[in-house]
Design a protein. Structure first.
Length: 328
């Protein structure tokens, strides 16, 4: 398996995707049924200004290849494939309700800061290199096994949330985003603690931290550098997740703070010494939804993709995509 730190670079989207999550209400789900196998998935390519259509299978394969290491267990890949299908169904509902002009009729673009990542065949070959054929064959098999399945809650496709590895517990949507979503609750993912690479350290001198934050939050009233040790105040829950954060009294959402300062997750502790802040973080990403490393560990011990999904998403239903979704 490739070094996990290298793999994490492919998943940089996991922190930046938060602003694009669409919190559809039940009435919005009436706009359009779930995607059918024969339906085309349109992707807008920003550099060329062109839109290309893919079959559902092609889209799912390209998504899984971009979002999860292909040498993960097959049941973990199946779980990721179900999430890829569910995500595009939710995008269809969102676009049918309120089309995004910049997409020019497509469902997503190749801008990974706005939409979940997707590999074209060319991009997948570039990333996997000589392992491409093996990776493609394995992912295609996983996709075909679950191609007609999506996750729903109360009759609509769920908000798809996943991250590379947790700190040992995933986080609830309420803690992460301030939105109480019944199926995005904190659950145990203790296998992630076995991953030594999930503990990361980031050190910044006080001036760099101040300058980076001021670029995004010019209204912060920083005191002088001599009092930098008093700039940052945090509150955490019982798992170490930072639930509230202020910089010189200015409130900042913890995921946004981590994104600006390149901290790997909002589960972190901070120390200050010799004019420098040191952040020790645990896990990769926003920590909401499915832990991919945790999913792979579950698969290694015999769990099926259905068991993986039901563990990380509370009270969801695995539904045939060809069924018309109806509120329960």
């Amino acid at each position: 398996m490739k070094d996990l730190i290298q793999i994490m670079a492919v998943f940089a989207i996991l922190l930046t995707i938060i602003p694009m999550i669409v919190f559809l209400r039940p009435d919005d789900s009436k706009a359009k049924p779930a995607a059918a196998k024969s339906e085309k998935i349109s992707v807008y390519f920003t550099e060329s200004g062109k839109t290309e259509d893919y079959t559902l299978e092609e889209y799912m394969i390209g998504s899984v290849l971009a979002q999860m290491p292909a040498d993960f267990e097959e049941e973990a890949l199946k779980a990721q494939a179900v999430l890829a299908h569910t995500y595009i169904c939710r995008r269809q509902l969102s676009e049918s309700r309120s089309p995004t002009a910049a997409l020019k009729g497509a469902l997503i673009s190749d801008d990974a800061s706005l939409y979940q990542s997707f590999f074209t065949e060319k991009a997948a070959k570039e990333y996997y290199g000589s392992d491409y054929e093996k990776a493609y064959k394995k992912v295609k098999s996983a996709v075909q096994s679950v191609e007609n399945e999506i996750l729903t809650y109360d009759g609509e496709p769920i908000i798809v949330a996943f991250h590379a590895a947790s700190s040992g517990h995933t986080q609830s949507a309420k803690a992460a985003w301030g939105e109480d979503i019944p199926y995005l609750q904190s659950v145990d993912s203790s296998a992630d603690k076995e991953l030594a690479a999930a503990e990361c350290t980031q050190t910044l001198n006080a001036k760099d931290l101040r300058d980076r934050l001021l670029e995004q939050y010019p209204d912060i009233k920083f005191t002088d550098l001599a009092s930098a040790d008093s700039w940052l105040e945090t509150k955490t829950d019982g798992t170490g997740y930072v639930t509230s954060l202020t910089v010189c009294g200015y409130d900042i959402q913890s995921n946004a703070f981590c994104d600006i300062l390149d901290i790997s997750s909002p589960c972190f502790v901070c120390t200050f010494a010799n004019t420098k802040f040191t952040f020790t973080s645990y896990g990769f990403g926003h920590l909401v939804g499915m832990s991919q490393y945790g999913a792979n560990s579950m698969a290694q011990t015999g769990s099926t993709y259905k068991e993986i999904l039901s563990h990380y998403f509370t009270g969801v239903k695995l539904q045939k995509a060809t069924e018309q979704a109806q509120p329960q």
